[in-house]
Design a protein around this ligand. Sequence first.
Ligand code: PHE
Length: 486
Amino acid sequence: MSNLDNREKRMLSVLQGREEAWTLEEVLSACNWDDQAYVATAGHGLSNHGLVDIKETTTATLRHGSEGESAVANGLLEARLWNWIQTINEPSMAALSDAFSRSESGPGIGLLKGLGVSIEQGILIAADPEAVDAAIEERTAFIKSLEGSAEMVSHFSNRRGLIEEVLTTTRTWQVNKSGMAIATDDLTERQIVSEITPELLQSDEWKEMEFKPFDVTLEAAMPRSGRSHPMQALIERIRAIFLEMGFSEIADDYVQSAGWNMDALFIPQDHPAREMQDTFYLDDPTSIEVPDELTKQWKEIHETGGDTDSIGWGGKFDPEVSKKGLLRTHTTVNTIQYLKENPDKPCRVFTVDRVFRKESIDRTHLPEFHQIEGIIMEEGANLAMLVSTLKTFYAKMGYPEVRVRPAYFPYTEPSLEVEVKWRGKWLELGGAGIFRPEVTEPLGIKWPVCAWGMGLERLAMLVLGLDDIRQLYISDLAWLAEQPIL
Ligand code: PHE
């Protein structure tokens, strides 16, 4: 019988030793076990296999209740009252209530009456004192030993707290015909393997082994295994959404020239964002080569508007400023360079990447963060297309309520601010707009370019329900382990 486990095998071979039933103690000692649960479980299994019959007998035994225990120590109430009556000359009701508490005298009188004591003109008198003695003696003997007539059991069962009934079930196990028919050979215990190792699988030994079955329905601890950081998982999800929407991904370095980061985007050279407090300028490289034809072009656009209809910013444009090395302050520096390389190919591209700004760190700001940037360049690209693209993106992220408001960026016209409704409030997540001619015409672009740049950490705060952005970067293992898998 290979479907018997080792304990069942051992118990069955013991039970086969005689036709009569076995008690728990007998099985325990014959099986050499010290755990009753083994007998119960194996016996149950054998009975399910139809090899063993179980007989259950339930017996009721008595034990003292709390009142019963005090009756054993101090005597039954009726016994104490009866003793008192016999030692007093004139056992009056008045004297009784002096000698006993009200909670005893009340029920006590009732008990005495039941034993044949009556009250005549306020005095307690027994017609047959010997009969009272005898009845009290019987009760006393019973309450001490808990043994006696059915009448006693029913009497004390009706009195509160004196005795309690405890039911105990005893079982016996008896091998039946089918159980006897199992051959001894089939009852040899086998080594049970609970862990499958590569060695075991490589050798042929596993063929001979018996494996411990697993109960896959049991509660189990969550294994702690490696997994993506929630930020990384979020980035993957954003990628998946843009790819699904037909966008291609681009990537570029974060060391850039001020020319590409700002001049190409028609950000005036005296714009406050260029100042040291916003931008990390680099010592190495302090300067990055930018082709002269580009700086010349930027100079024209900035000073006079060049060949575009714009009149530019006026003032003096300094080509040396364009060469300053910096850490990119936005990912728009990537999309603009992509357009420079591919001016006449309609495109939908995006990037999710790191940017740097001189921010002081607080609950919602970090000097190093990510933007979700993208552009659509094609014939007829327009504002409605831009807004619906962003709405689609946020809806796929789980934020169906999106609104846009007028905003200003030097490189877009019109410009928008994008807001998402979260827990009843509108939160600003980024900027967008259509690139100005000052940006696109010098690159030879013929079609409108919709562009946007959104904060990733802001979105992460919504998705993960954070009130402090720093939580994303402090590697708090306990917190990380709790994060849902996105
Ligand atoms: N670059 C802007 C920022 O850093 C966002 C933006 C991108 C706005 C593209 C308009 C167009 O916030």
